[in-house]
Structures are given as C-alpha cells and as structure tokens.
Design a protein around this ligand. Structure first.
Ligand SMILES: [Zn+2]
Ligand SMILES: [Zn+2]
Length: 132
C-alpha cells in the first residue's frame, strides 16, 4: 500500500514539474499537489523532490542570490538566466562555446559530468520598469 501511495505522489509531483515552465519552489508544487492529493504534506513534497533529484529525474536550482530552491524536470540540458530584481528564472540554451570545452585536458580534472551555467542580470520586464 505504502509503495503505491509513494508512486502516486511522485507521479503527481512529476506531472506538475513537466507542465510548469516557471521552475516552481517546493511550496508552489505543494499547493498544486494538494488540489489532487488533499492530504499531502509539505514534508512529503520535499522528500519526494529530494528522491527525484537524487535519482536524476528532477533538477534543483539554488538561486545564487538566496531564496528557496527551484525545481524542474531534468529532461533537456540548458543554462539558466536569473533576474536579480524579480524571481524570473529563464531557460536559455547552453552557449556553443561551452560544448567544445575540453576540461579533460586540464590535469587537475579527470572527467566532466555536467556543465551547470547560471547567468545573472536584469530581465526585460524589470529593465522596462526601471526606465518608466
Ligand atoms: Zn526581472
Ligand atoms: Zn530550467
């Protein structure tokens, strides 16, 4: 019984992440999940997110400017743009220059498993607000 319940909770959480492009926080996922599973707790959401992250199904993004971790399904590799003024977190393609990076030639490094790129700045919405 317990296993079935866990699988269902995980399925609901994954579904929320696959449909959202906003990189939701655990709290937002929790609010969404409660519509389908009214008895789910925030602790359960965190436990499932940690499990899925450790499994490699979900990516956790820790904003460098602080604040809550954001989550997304880990299907396609991409870089992230963080707006320093609002909570916008945008998916951007990994620059081609990085794909040809050969860090293996660096003696201190033996293998590269992931390139995780974060670019910080102002989103176009915040730039427009600053002008007016
Ligand atoms: Zn912004
Ligand atoms: Zn993303």
């Amino acid at each position: 019984m317990k296993k079935t319940r866990n699988t269902r909770q995980r399925g609901v959480i994954l579904g929320i992440l696959r449909e959202s492009h906003e990189h939701p926080t655990a709290e937002i996922i929790y609010r969404e999940a409660r519509r389908v599973l009214p008895n789910i707790s925030l602790g359960t959401v965190y436990r499932n997110l940690n499990f899925l992250r450790d499994q490699g199904t979900v990516r956790e993004i820790r904003p460098s400017e602080g604040g809550s971790s954001r989550f997304e399904g880990a299907d396609t590799p991409h870089a992230h743009f963080h707006c320093l003024h609002c909570s916008a977190l945008l998916d951007i393609p990994i620059p081609h220059a990085l794909e040809s990076l050969r860090l293996e030639e660096e003696k201190r490094i033996s293998a590269v498993s992931l390139i995780d790129l974060h670019i910080l700045g102002s989103c176009s919405g915040c730039e427009a607000a600053a002008i007016h």
